[in-house]
Design a protein around this ligand. Structure first.
Ligand code: ADP
Length: 483
């Protein structure tokens, strides 16, 4: 249990402005991945609770859609201020349930605030159009209206900021929401309920419930009151949600898996590339969908890059996220550790060489050593599979064409990175990479001002940027005749 109480920790669902338990009284345990200790419980909700949350959101929508953009913008600004005023408490809760270092947790909470502020600003810019009419006696007007009830399902790796990117545009557009956070990290999700109440966001606008993913997901997909699903998580679950929501033709926004390549050309600034590689690989202990999965390094700089990258990796401080100076927290659970071990075993059996790390950390539990593997080849499993852990396979290549072909050889298309100082090559490669986001000489590119999202099986839609509010708005064409 928590040592001291955290003002943002709630162990109930928020439905229509009431904090309530599951109908059956059943609960799920929530544990701290740094030590396996129980932090508390959350309701194990199912279809009935989900239906009530949807009904509460639908009821609230009837009045919330009539608020002005300026009113909603003010609510979001208040929400932003509250997040920053309580950044430490929110970050502590995040680290306790998720494991990431306190510094990273504070960063994530700061990012949540930044997204909310961005959408507070965007709320007032959902312009429509007046279109030149082909008829002398008619006018053409195009307006934007809130979609309605939105269901948001989020993962455990960024339990705070993934909701900022969904709740923010929903409120900005005038939509209401039903939120289901991941069962491993529900408290950062439920904390949004407390924050929204404090910010004066009306009851029923944000409803949050925890519990059975399958039951909650099925009700969300089947219920015609839900007009849109916004999901961040695995491609596998995303496909299920797309398929099931076809029955009620919902809008879908999907932020799914990635298999990010990080390409270093002979003409790159190697020290800069190593610096970028460290963030692009080890942020959140490698557990982000934009984390590098495959490093491709040109033959001329291969050995130098591997040596410097391995040396920097070996220096990372691994430990419990709340401990001072820690840079790498534990992995989310034992299954994540087993997956990483399997992938390393597969690589070494096929000739890969562990340059640093390679095994469970001496701290035990789900701590793992930052690992660099040289001599990676396309027949190894991490060419196709998401690692989601602190393991960096480094492949060698000879030509630009080969690098681009290897980088694109995946069904995913979320983020990619490459390092080069040749201007012509920068443009050629940037244009040939089939990805939604490209970091050129940069390893960390996410920001509220830019559209985050993928192509191919990495997803549909964008979060952030001026595009981030689009999927929360319907377009209405009005033809006024008889002038
Ligand atoms: P991850 O591998 O990151 O845990 P998942 O896609 O399994 O990704 O989970 C992301 C979110 O989707 C979590 O909130 C999880 O509970 C939820 N989820 C998992 N399975 C389903 C499902 N069948 N229907 C709806 N939501 C689901």
């Amino acid at each position: 249990m928590l040592q001291k109480s955290n003002p943002y920790m709630r162990q109930s669902n928020l439905i229509g402005g009431e904090w309530v338990k599951a109908d059956s009284g059943a609960t799920l345990d929530v544990t701290n991945p740094a030590n396996g200790q129980k932090l508390g419980t959350v309701p194990k909700s199912g279809k009935a609770e989900t239906r009530r949350a949807i009904e509460a959101a639908d009821k609230a929508f009837k009045t919330f859609k009539k608020t002005t953009a300026n009113e909603r913008s003010k609510m979001l600004r208040k929400l932003h201020d509250l997040i920053l005023e309580n950044q430490d408490a929110l970050a502590e809760l995040l680290t306790l349930e998720q494991g990431k270092s306190l510094a990273e947790a504070k960063g994530e909470v700061g990012a949540s605030a930044a997204y909310i502020l961005w959408f507070a600003e965007e709320a007032r810019r959902t312009y429509g159009d007046v279109v030149p009419s082909p008829w002398a006696d008619r006018r053409i007007i195009v307006t934007r209206e809130p979609v309605g009830v939105i269901a948001a399902i989020t993962p455990w790796n960024f339990p705070s900021s993934m909701l900022a990117r969904k709740i923010g545009p929903a409120i900005a557009a005038g939509c209401t929401t039903v939120v289901k956070p991941a069962s491993q990290t529900p408290y950062s999700g439920l904390a949004w309920g407390v924050l929204c109440e404090e910010a004066g966001i009306p009851a029923g606008v944000v409803n949050i419930l925890t519990g059975s993913a399958g039951e909650i997901g099925d009700e969300i997909c089947a219920n015609p009151m839900v007009k849109k699903i916004t999901f961040t998580g695995s491609t596998e679950v995303g496909k299920i949600l797309i398929e099931k929501s076809a029955a009620t033709v919902k809008k879908v926004s999907m932020e799914l898996g990635g298999n990010a390549p990080f390409v270093v050309f002979d003409d790159a600034d190697i020290d800069r590339a190593v610096e970028g590689a460290m963030v692009a690989k080890y942020r959140n202990s490698g557990q982000t969908c934009v984390c590098t999965n495959r490093f491709f390094v040109q033959a001329g700089v291969y050995d130098a890059f591997v040596e410097k990258f391995a040396a920097a990796s070996a220096k990372l401080k691994v430990g419990a996220g709340l401990d001072a100076g820690v840079q790498q927290g534990p992995l989310i659970d034992g299954k994540a550790v087993e997956k990483v071990e399997e992938l390393i075993g597969d690589a070494t059996a096929k000739g890969g060489k562990v340059v640093t790390g390679g095994k469970r950390h001496e701290l035990g539990g789900s701590f793992f050593e930052p690992t660099v593997i040289a001599g990676a080849t396309p027949d190894m499993r991490f060419m196709k599979e998401e690692i989601f852990g602190p393991v960096a396979p480094v492949f060698r290549f000879e030509t630009e064409e080969e690098a681009v072909a290897l980088a694109n050889d995946t069904e995913y298309g979320l983020a990619c990175y490459f390092y080069s100082s040749d201007l012509g090559r920068v443009f050629r490669v940037m244009e040939n990479l089939k990805y939604g986001m490209v970091g050129v000489n940069e390893g960390l590119i996410t920001t509220p001002e830019a559209p985050f999202g993928g192509v191919k099986e990495s997803g549909l839609g964008r979060e952030g940027g001026h595009q981030g509010i689009e999927d929360y708005l319907d377009t209405k064409y009005v033809c006024i005749g008889g002038l």
